[in-house]
Design a binder for this molecule. Sequence first.
Ligand SMILES: Nc1nc2c(ncn2[C@@H]2O[C@H](COP(=O)(O)OP(=O)(O)OP(=O)(O)O)[C@@H](O)[C@H]2O)c(=O)[nH]1
Ligand SMILES: [Mg+2]
Length: 448
Amino acid sequence: MKPADEKVKDFRKRLKISVVGLGQCGGNLAVEFAKRGYESFALNTSFSDLKSLEDLPKEFRLHVGLNGRSGAGRDLNLGKQSLLSNRDRILSVLSEPAKSSDLFLLTAGMGGGTGSNLPILAEILRPLGIPISVLVTLPAESESSMTKVNAIQSVNTLLRQNLNSVILIDNQKILDMFPGVSLSEYYIRANERVIKTLDEFNSADHAYKIRSLISFDSEDFRKVFSSRGLLIYGSCSFNLNGPLDEAFLFEQLKAIWKGGDLFASGYDYSTAAVIAVIIYAPKSVLEATPAEMYERISRSLKNQTRGAAVYTGVYELEEGRPTRISTMIGKMNFPDRVVNLLSQASIEGHGLSEKVRMARPTLDLGEVEQMDFFNILTQGDLTEGMDAVLNALEDEDPDVRLRTVLSLGSLNDYDRLHPLLMKALKDNDNRVVVEAARILGRIGETPI
Ligand SMILES: Nc1nc2c(ncn2[C@@H]2O[C@H](COP(=O)(O)OP(=O)(O)OP(=O)(O)O)[C@@H](O)[C@H]2O)c(=O)[nH]1
Ligand SMILES: [Mg+2]
């Protein structure tokens, strides 16, 4: 915690984030960021999708189709070729903002043929030497198998890249939040919601013209936002007459840390490495709250997250406004929702590739084979040790399979572990699936 008077030199500057949206969802999110003053670019293989982003100036919309083609039609490989063939143009357009920005935030909906290539875009931009964070959406339950397979492939790759942070927005949660809203309206409202809270974090120290008692500035934001691994954030408001109550505060915080109403559910916040909490409250609430309360809250935050680095801010609001807390928590492991999506995509993905084979026996599987992420077990030579592990993973006793997966937990060899874990993800015992996904989450954080 830093008292506000140590911060005189801090010009209450926001972190300068340039946003690059890929595909339709990415473009929609880029527009929403632009409305809040962020320099935003939209890249798409589709002319018509780009055309519809009228709120972005033309020079910020970049067509990245393959030989003038429009769209990628959920085809991951076509999206990839399109991006790679436009590599030099992308670099030349984005090299200018890279000079003046603190970080690039790449954003896309996971599932489509264009946006799911966000990991490729991150690699293309790497030579610019600027930190890169990503904000992506996970498909809703009702979306197609192809969408889920695409999504899970990409999320898995993103987690292996050396990114600043990865934010997973859960479209299923957002869908549940706006029942009865039309599809066109729904995305606009959803995107507004996603970006508003993130923007609030970046402007915490200057958006409110009231006194800061403990300030949370752009450097604090940078540290939390650059915590590597998975990151979530959220905020909530409530009316308080008396002092801040620690137990009540933690109840609210924990609801957000488990995923809140935007993020994939089932995060284990005790694994977090970095945490920020900002409190905005009217003078009467702050005056009623004893000073040692803030120290106590900081200590509890440390304890509950088993030693995470804690950043806090306390701001005074005008009388009559509700008390509000915002929190951001970073470097967490895979949430349960991704575990479920993995197993769903795995099962549905298998069905999908079977269907393709059966329907068109003479089809050249070139591109489809690459989509068959879940079939890699049949590829490559397995060493003897691997064979034994594979057999154990097929044992009819689920406890044996569980112990086998647990025994893989201490290994770090991604290439060897990956096929084994993908097999375990298809297990019909949920404990085996969860453990496999946990290990995948952990090794996924290893830089490539
Ligand atoms: N939250 C949110 N999700 C969106 C939005 N638009 C699309 N999605 C989600 O993003 C996923 C990918 O869809 P698109 O962005 O249309 O796909 P694309 O990247 O353009 O890919 P292709 O059309 O295949 O080239 C969808 O399955 C939806 O789950 C949006 O504006 N907001
Ligand atoms: Mg599209």
